[in-house]
Design a protein around this ligand. Structure first.
Ligand SMILES: N[C@@H](CCC(=O)N[C@@H](CS)C(=O)NCC(=O)O)C(=O)O
Ligand code: FES
Length: 100
């Protein structure tokens, strides 16, 4: 990403942080490519993906901001987190809604 989860330095990186936060995912490793030109280029070569941010789940490249947003909207992100043993906080939020 660009910047840090606490202080994203680009709207695209910020969007990824916010989406993860919605699902209660705050504990992940983030690397600031603005601090490391080799990482900035190297990660693009590694994933064969031209832009930052890049999201990896269990070391597997998932996509950038657009793809994460799409996965958020179509429910895939909840499922992918489940595979990692992470229960999305959005499921509990939905339950709370039903009670009201
Ligand atoms: N559509 C992209 C948005 C990300 C994007 O366009 N990133 C640009 C601007 S931050 C980028 O990484 N450019 C190359 C670079 O800055 O090294 C996505 O889905 O992630
Ligand atoms: S830093 Fe300018 S669009 Fe990301």
């Amino acid at each position: 990403m660009k910047g840090s989860p606490a202080q994203p330095l680009c709207g695209f990186s910020n969007a990824v942080v916010q989406i993860l936060r919605l699902h209660g995912v705050e504990d992940y490793r983030a690397h600031d490519v603005l601090q490391d030109p080799d990482l900035r280029q190297g990660i693009k070569n590694y994933s064969n993906w031209p832009t930052i941010p890049q999201v990896y789940l269990n070391g597997e490249f998932v996509g950038g901001c657009d793809i994460l947003l799409q996965m958020h909207q179509n429910g895939d992100l909840v499922e992918e987190l489940k595979k990692l043993g992470i229960r999305s906080a959005l499921l509990d939020a939905e339950k709370d809604q039903e009670k009201k």
